[in-house]
Design a protein around this ligand. Structure first.
Ligand code: GAP
Length: 442
């Protein structure tokens, strides 16, 4: 049996991302900075939509969740209590010849994969970036760029309970940057040094943790399925006891079939009472919880997803190449909630009369939805450009529009075109976005 493979290649995705301004290398004009990336005009729209969809599903639409936004720099004791200073490390080896550094646990050979040189013995290398706060470096205290957003939630547990009166079981969600000094060998944005996490710490009574873990596994899997990811490209993977992180009682990954194989998209861990207990000890503050009958330290279920890996997953899964009239049509079958632009307004020519009408439509629709205005190149080329970035509807203003006050609207998935009155555009698009069938537009 041949191993299952994703039909999309990483080269196709990298090329599209670069060509259309989704992602650029960080500091590219200076030769780039390894595993750091910049998000261009389309990338930021797409990324924001992923975060919005996550926040809506996990915070806005749940009565038992609240959000938080903590600072990236935290008191250094946080990372001692959490175990990161002592144990957040990878085993690394150096090539004695070319001085390249590699992760020992991912090497396939006993010699340098680049030059064949001899390797050093593996040494543990802490992944946290260190810096200093204070005016003079020598006298200032060391701080770390957070390697996960989770700890900001744990140290604010009491603040949130006291200020919101939330009762266990409830959760706190955060989206924000994390930093890890990763040693990587490519795979685009899969493993970065600076990335964004979307994390939930869900606090439950000890004993209810296993049931809540199961619930979150299903809930998080449904998130990707609801946003259109192919079910055959997703599965759960249970962590072996030996690979569990120092804080975890159990951990299950949601893996996606990336072009390089099955890899972690999101981790869903049962962290038990590890973090609250550690911070209570480290800070000498009581972080236990009284539910009216008994006092306990809550257990924590932690669904932790990466924005970049979600970005890659949605894009790889949506990527399509098909032949239309002897030409290759590249298009992104992205879920409507995720597309960078829902609508493109396209005047057929640059003539002023058409531009006036088209600009007016753009102004009206962009109050409600992200729209693009494009008046360059032939209309066929413009449709292809919009397909390639997943735009749902192309609205074309032509010379007939000046007579009949109607425009042509073209739907991405079927390329079907329908003429509709300009004053009905908002209603038509709203109905379509709410799930009405396209052919019922007229
Ligand atoms: N608080 C738990 C935690 O941080 P993790 O498995 O190390 O657990 C959770 O990270 C998620 O964050 C991963 O599933 C992945 O999506 C994302 N992530 C972790 N390290 C990453 C990196 N270097 N680059 C991009 N995403 C990363």
């Amino acid at each position: 049996m041949t191993e299952q493979q994703n039909p999309t290649t990483m080269e196709q995705i990298i090329s599209l991302c670069r060509r259309r301004g989704f992602i650029f290398q960080s500091s590219e004009i200076y030769g780039g900075l390894g595993s750091c990336w910049d998000y261009g005009p389309l990338g930021i729209e797409f990324k924001n939509n992923i975060k919005k969809a996550w926040w809506k599903a996990n915070v806005q639409m749940r009565g038992d969740m609240v959000g938080i936004d903590c600072s990236i720099l935290m008191h250094p004791q946080v990372w001692i209590s959490s175990g990161h200073v002592a144990g957040f490390s990878d085993p690394l080896v150096d090539c004695k010849q070319c001085k390249q550094r590699f992760r020992h646990d991912t090497l396939q050979t006993a010699v340098c994969p680049d030059c064949g040189g001899e390797l050093t013995e593996p040494r543990q290398f802490n992944l946290m970036f260190k810096t200093h706060v204070g005016a003079v470096e020598e006298s200032a205290s060391v701080v770390y760029l957070r390697p996960e957003t989770a700890q900001g939630i744990f140290v604010n547990f009491d603040n949130v309970v006291n200020s919101t009166r939330k009762k266990v079981p409830f959760g706190i969600a955060q989206i924000g940057k994390s930093f890890r000094n990763e040693i990587t060998r490519g795979d685009f944005i899969f493993r970065c040094r600076e990335f964004e996490q979307m994390e939930i710490e869900f606090f439950v009574k000890p004993g209810a943790d296993e049931e809540w873990h199961e619930k979150w596994l299903q809930k998080r899997m449904n998130f990707y399925l609801d946003l259109g990811v192919n079910p055959a490209h997703l599965h759960f993977r249970e962590h072996e006891k030996a690979e569990l992180a120092h804080y975890a009682k159990r951990c299950v990954d949601i893996e996606y079939l990336f072009p390089m194989g099955w890899r972690e998209l999101e981790g869903i861990a049962n962290r038990a009472d590890f973090d609250l207990t550690q911070h209570a000890q480290g800070s000498s503050k009581d972080l236990s919880y009284f539910d009216g009958q008994e006092r306990f330290t809550p257990y924590v279920i932690e669904p932790s997803a990466g924005v970049e890996r979600s970005f890659l997953t949605f894009m790889i899964d949506a990527y399509r190449e098909e032949e239309v009239n002897g030409e290759v049509r590249t298009w992104l079958k992205l879920h409507p909630d995720l597309v960078p632009y829902k609508i493109a307004v396209l005047p057929l020519s640059k003539k002023e009369e058409l531009n006036t009408v088209a600009q007016d439509i753009f102004k009206r629709l962009s109050k409600h939805w992200a729209c693009e205005y494009d008046e360059t190149q032939s209309i066929g080329r413009r449709y292809r450009r919009q397909d390639e970035i997943g735009t749902l509807y192309c609205i074309t203003v032509d010379f007939d529009s000046l007579q009949d006050n109607a425009v042509t609207i073209r739907y991405r998935d079927t390329m079907q075109q329908i003429r509709i009155p300009i004053d009905k555009l908002e209603n038509v698009i709203l109905n379509k976005l709410n799930g009405e069938v396209f052919s019922t537009f007229e």
